[in-house]
Design a protein around this ligand. Structure first.
Ligand SMILES: [Zn+2]
Ligand SMILES: [Zn+2]
Length: 341
C-alpha cells in the first residue's frame, strides 16, 4: 500500500510503498476514506520535541471502510463504515472500563491514517451512521478533544468563557462550550482569518491579540471570563490566560507547549486561579461527538478548509508548520495528486 512515512525530525514525510497491514486478533483493517492533519502531528514530528518512531505512518483522525477482520472480532463486519479512536487499551483495567483509554498502562497509539489502509482496534471503533460522511468521521476526533476540555473546565450554565487560539481544537472547544450552555464565548487569536468559521461554531465575540492591558480593558466591560481555554500551545500563553481569567476562575491547558515556559505564580495566587490540564478524550466524548453530528449539528464541517491527495501530503505538511491560513485539512488517499511531483 501507499503511505506517507515519517523519516525523522527535520525531514519531510515521504510517500512510500509499505507492506499491507495485517490485523491482530482483536483488530481490523480500515480502508482510509479521509484523515485529518492535526497540530499534534506537526508537533510530534518537529525537531527535538517528540521521539516519534522513524519509518511509521502518522494520521490519527480517520474514518473509512472495514475491509479485514481479526479472528476475534465479532462486533464489526466487512463493509461497515467506522471511525476509529486512535488508541488501543487492554480492555480490562479500570481505565479501559471507564473509557479512559489514554490512561491504560498498556495503551498503544493506533495511527496510520496517512496511508491507504490503517490498523484499528475493533473495540476502539464506532460505526458511522448512514447519514454521516467520511468528512464527518474525520472531524469527530478533534471535536472529542474540544468536548473533553469543556468537561475538564467544570463549566456552569451561562458562563463567560474565553478561548485562546483559532485552530480546530479552539473551534471545537467553542462549539461545545456554547452548546453546553456558555452565554458568552470570546475567541482571541493572532489574526481574524478564522473569524467566520468561529462565528459558525458558536463564538459570540472575536478579538485579536493586542496588549495584555488592552485585552483586560476590553474584557472588563462585560466581566472577565470565568474560564480561559489555552488552545495555542506556545510559551507565554499560560501567563496570558492567568492574566485574563476572572478571580477564582479556571484556566484549561489544552494546547501542547513543549518548550520551557515561565509565569509568576503570585499572579495565580492573587486570583485563586485553578489550572486544569486536558488530554485527549474519553470514549464517551468520542461517542457524543459522533452523536452531535448525527443529530444534525453540522456546523463543525465548516472547519474543513481543504481536501488533498496523499501524494500532496508531504509538501502540505511542511507548509502547515509555518502557514496558518488553513483550518482543518483532510487527506484523501484515493484522490489523484493535484500538484506535479
Ligand atoms: Zn488530532
Ligand atoms: Zn486497560
Amino acid at each position: 500500500m501507499k503511505a506517507a512515512v515519517f523519516k525523522g525530525a527535520g525531514h519531510p514525510l515521504c510517500i512510500a510503498t509499505m507492506s499491507d497491514p495485517v490485523p491482530g486478533a482483536s483488530e481490523i483493517i480500515v480502508k482510509v476514506g479521509l484523515c485529518g492533519i492535526c497540530g499534534t502531528d506537526l508537533s510530534m514530528t518537529a525537531l527535538g520535541e517528540f521521539n516519534y518512531p522513524v519509518g511509521s505512518s502518522l494520521g490519527h483522525e480517520f474514518s473509512g471502510e472495514v475491509i479485514a477482520l481479526g479472528r476475534e472480532v465479532d462486533q464489526l463486519k466487512i463493509g461497515d463504515m467506522v471511525v476509529a479512536m486512535p488508541v488501543a487499551g487492554c480492555g480490562r483495567c479500570q481505565h479501559c472500563r471507564s473509557g479512559d483509554l489514554f490512561w491504560c498502562a498498556q495503551m498503544r497509539p493506533m495511527m496510520g491514517g496517512f496511508g491507504e489502509y490503517a490498523v484499528a482496534a475493533a473495540g476502539s471503533c464506532l460505526l458511522l451512521p448512514a447519514g454521516l460522511s467520511a468528512t464527518d468521521g474525520a472531524i469527530i476526533e478533534p471535536l472529542a478533544v474540544g468536548l473533553h476540555s469543556v468537561h475538564q473546565a467544570g463549566m456552569r450554565q451561562g458562563a463567560r468563557v474565553m478561548i485562546l487560539g483559532s485552530g480546530p481544537i479552539a473551534l471545537a472547544t467553542a462549539f461545545w462550550a456554547r452548546r453546553l450552555g456558555a452565554a458568552k464565548v470570546t475567541l482571541m487569536s493572532r489574526s481574524d482569518r478564522h473569524s467566520s468559521i468561529a462565528a459558525h461554531m458558536g463564538v459570540t465575540d472575536f478579538m485579536t491579540f493586542t496588549s495584555a492591558d488592552e485585552e483586560m480593558r476590553l474584557l472588563a466591560e462585560d466581566g472577565l471570563p470565568e474560564i480561559v481555554f489555552e488552545c495555542v500551545g506556545a510559551s507565554a500563553m499560560l501567563a496570558r490566560a492567568i492574566a485574563l481569567v476572572a478571580p477564582r476562575g479556571t484556566v484549561v491547558l489544552s494546547g501542547l507547549c513543549f518548550c520551557l515556559d515561565s509565569f509568576v505564580p503570585a499572579a495565580a495566587v492573587f486570583k485563586e486561579v485553578r489550572v486544569q490540564a486536558a488530554l485527549g478524550y474519553r470514549r464517551s466524548d468520542f461517542i457524543a461527538s459522533l452523536d452531535v453530528l448525527s443529530a444534525g449539528a453540522i456546523q463543525p464541517r465548516a472547519m474543513v478548509t481543504n481536501v488533498i491527495a496523499l501524494d500532496d501530503l508531504p509538501d502540505k505538511f511542511e507548509a502547515m508548520r509555518t502557514q496558518k491560513h488553513e483550518c482543518k485539512v483532510l487527506v484523501d488517499p484515493s484522490r489523484a495528486a493535484h500538484l506535479p511531483h
